[in-house]
Design a protein around this ligand. Sequence first.
Ligand code: AMP
Length: 388
Amino acid sequence: YVNIQSIIFTQNHNMTFESLGIHPFLLKALAHQKYSEPYPIQEQAIPAIIKRKDVLGIAQTGSGKTAAYVLPILMNLQKKELSKNRFIDVLVLVPTRELAVQVREVFYMFSLALPERIKSMAVYGGVSINPQMMGLQGVNILVATPGRLIELVESNALKLSAVDTLVLDEADKMLDLGFQDEVNKILKLLPTRRQNLLFSATLSDNVNEINQMILHEPLVIKIEEEKLNIDLITQTAYSVSDEKKGPLLRNLILSRDMKQVLVFTSSTYKADNVAAKLRKNGINAEAIHSGKSQGGRTEALKQFKNGSIRVLVATDLISRGIDIKFLPFVINYELPRSPKDYVHRIGRTGRAESPGEAITFVSADDEHHFNIIQKKMGKTVEVLSSEN
Ligand code: AMP
C-alpha cells in the first residue's frame, strides 16, 4: 500500500486565494508559483489564522500545510509594527534541519512579494553557531530546531519576549526525536498571549499533551489519508517523442477500443490542446482543469461518468477529486512532477478491487525522472517502444 494525501473534492467548492482574503501582492506570487487554487488545508486554515485563531492541523507533508500558515502569518505581520534588533515576531519550531531550510524558503519566497521588508531566517544545529548569531539581527520570522534555538537564547543572541505567533510543525516527529524537554523549555520562555499553530501527521498522546498545554479553542483541521492499492493496476509505458504522442494516444484509444479514459497533462494549456486534437480526429474529449468554471468542470465530469464523453483530459489538481468506480484506463500524456502525483493519477484506476490499466508516455527527456518515480513507488514499469 502506498499512502497518499487525499484532497477532498466537494462539488460546489469554488474557493480562490482571493476569496480567502489573501493580499493582492501575495496573489501575484501565488500565480507565479502556479498555485492556482487553495488546497483544502489552506482553504480552512488561512481565514482562521488571519483572524488569529489557534489551529490544530492533522496533515502530512504534501498537503500544502506550509503555505497554509506561511501566507496568513505574512498577512498578519503586515498589520503590525515589526519587532526590532534581537526580538522576533514569529517562531516556527521544526524537528529537522531540512525542514527548517524548506519552511524558511517558503517564507522567503512569499515575503519577497510584499512591499515591506520582512526578514526570515533558519537556524539549526550541526553547524557553527557564530554566523547564525550574527545573522539574527533584525529577523522577524525565525524557523528553528529546538536545541539550537535554546543555545541561541542562552547566549543572548535572541530574545523571545516579543513572539506573538508560535508554529510547531511536524510536532509528532519533534517528539519522536526526543525534543520534548527542549520544547517545554522554549514554551516557558514565550509570552503567554500569543497565537499557536500546531501541525502534526498523527495525533499521539504526546502530541495531545502539547495541544492541551498550548492551544486555546483551536480550529481542528484533519486531512484524511487515502490508501491506494497500486498492485491492482497494470502499468505499462511507451517511449515516445513529443511529436508522436498525439498519434500514439489516438492509436491506443482506437485499437484498444477504450470507452472511458482519463488522460493527464502537466498544464491547462496542454490539456485544452490534447482535448481539441482528439475532437478534431473524431474522438469525443473534454478538458477539465482549474482554468474552467466550477460549473463547466462538474458538467464535464458528469458527462464523462455517464459515458457521453469518451476522453477526459485533466491536470493534477483536478485528479485529486475524480473518484469514479471502475475507471478502466489512465494515460499519462505527460509525467507529473512528483512521484506522489503519479500514484495519485494512476490511483484513479484499479479502484474498488477492479483491475485497471495505467499507460505512461515517456519522452527521452523524461527517462531519468520516470526512473525516480518507479523507485519511489517501489515498482518497475516496462517501457515499450512505440515504433511498430
Ligand atoms: P507541503 O505539504 O507544505 O510540504 O506542500 C507540498 C507541495 O505542494 C509543495 O511543493 C508546495 O509548493 C505545493 N503546494 C502547496 N500549496 C499548493 C497549491 N495551492 N497549489 C499547488 N501547489 C501547492
